[in-house]
Design a protein around this ligand. Structure first.
Ligand code: CMC
Length: 364
């Protein structure tokens, strides 16, 4: 009998990118609490090239990424059509990621161009859904500022850009999580980058993975707008055997280190955006979940409120997760292609055996 369903605790390969050993998250040797203070571009460089860039390298890397945050005219033309469809934005992103890999000039696309295009495409989907004009990059700004500018139509303040950069870093990688492992399985067949990323987006979409952030805000909105007693809401959900979104983690049983940092960012952002009521509600829910079940918030819990404070629609939240995690996906695809072999595990067959097929006269 297989005891470890869902591959829990099974070590499937080695990686030099990130680790969650002993529930401490590290990126290429740096604790998340420290590396979260770096710039986003520094962390991208670190995860891809395994060392921090020198100042001159960083400036050149940042400029290169920003210059590449432009989509081919053909992609924009198709996006204007696809993104208006009434499907979930993650379904639109799934198609878009595949689309990015089907234009004429993609054969030689390398990770910097692929990341830049993903960020711009995600921002464009948001603008198109909002019926807002697409924004051009500002070459004098960094990647995070440009991403915010292209999503919201406004140049962010330095403080907002810094906070959002931390959010992006915290989501950038997480060892062999479901979507990253999916990307690695695809990469292990030596398929192309865009195919691997499309597979990863599909895995991230689910509510047990990246899709949780949207559901967290849905819960907060329902409780707030319908003036429901939050504890009664939780009890009813649990009685119906539904998971409370944004709580629990396969690795972090004593709390997700990313959630601790995100909580502080949410606490600051709600002050300037008048969303204190949601934050107070989150604290109440978290206190109950801990006292009653010893469950802690995960990365998706406070992120939901952060994205709301930035002015994003809840349906787009998981796309932002995808934007950030593209960094890690690309790091793992590179590592898998360079150092891995075909991923093809085995299973224990538990179906019937010993059957025989006898063709009956008159059949067929
Ligand atoms: N609400 C209620 N009960 C929970 C929750 C939750 N959010 N999370 C875990 N539990 C209970 C679960 O019912 C089980 O209880 P019992 O042992 O009595 O059956 C016990 O805690 C262990 O949970 P599990 O589901 O077996 O643990 P897992 O490691 O398989 O699951 C998880 C981890 C993230 C899938 C799960 O905690 C969950 O479904 N959480 C809600 C969805 C969510 O927030 N997902 C985001 C995960 S973090 C970011 C990411 O990966 O994208």
């Amino acid at each position: 009998m297989v005891k470890n369903h869902g591959l829990a605790g099974i070590v499937v390969d080695e990686t030099k990118i990130s680790s969650t050993k002993n529930a401490h998250l590290i990126y290429v040797g740096y604790p998340i609490e420290e590396i979260a203070q770096a710039s986003f571009e520094e962390v991208v460089f670190l995860l891809w090239y395994k060392h921090l860039p020198k100042q001159t390298e960083l400036v050149a890397f940042r400029q290169d990424l920003v210059n590449k945050m432009v989509l081919p005219a053909e992609t924009i033309r198709l996006l204007l059509y696809i993104a208006k469809e009434p499907q979930h934005p993650m379904s639109i992103l799934r198609t878009t990621t595949s689309l990015l890999g089907t234009t004429n000039d993609v054969e030689h696309d390398e990770p910097p161009k692929i990341l830049a295009k993903m960020l711009t495409a995600i921002a464009a989907i948001i603008r198109i859904r909002d019926n807002e004009p697409l924004m051009e990059i500002d070459p004098d700004l960094g990647v995070v500022e440009n991403f915010l500018l292209m999503m919201t139509g406004k140049k962010p303040s330095k403080r907002l850009a810094k906070m959002f950069s931390t959010v992006m870093i915290l989501h950038a990688d997480h060892e062999f999580n479901a979507s990253t492992f999916t990307a690695r399985v695809a990469a292990s067949t030596l398929t192309d980058y865009y195919s691997c990323l499309t597979a990863a987006v599909c895995a991230l979409k689910g509510p047990l993975h990246g899709g949780a952030n949207e559901r967290v805000f849905e819960m907060l909105e329902t409780i707030q707008q319908q003036q429901i007693d939050p504890l009664k809401y939780l009890q009813d959900q649990l009685k119906a055997k539904r998971k409370i979104m944004g709580f629990g983690h396969r690795i972090y049983k004593d709390g997700d280190p990313r959630a601790r940092i995100l909580k502080q960012i949410a606490a600051e952002l709600v002050q300037t955006t008048d969303n204190q009521v949601y934050y107070q509600l989150q604290i109440k829910i978290a206190d109950y979940m801990f006292a009653r079940f010893n469950l802690h918030p995960n990365v998706d819990y406070y992120t939901a409120l952060i994205y709301h404070c930035i002015g994003l629609e809840k349906e787009t939240f998981t796309m932002i997760f995808a934007a950030c995690r593209t960094v890690g996906w690309l790091a793992h695809i590179m590592e898998q292609r360079q150092e891995g072999s075909l991923i093809r595990p085995s299973s224990v067959y538990i179906g019937p055996t010993g059957r025989h097929y006898l063709r009956r006269v008159g059949d067929h």
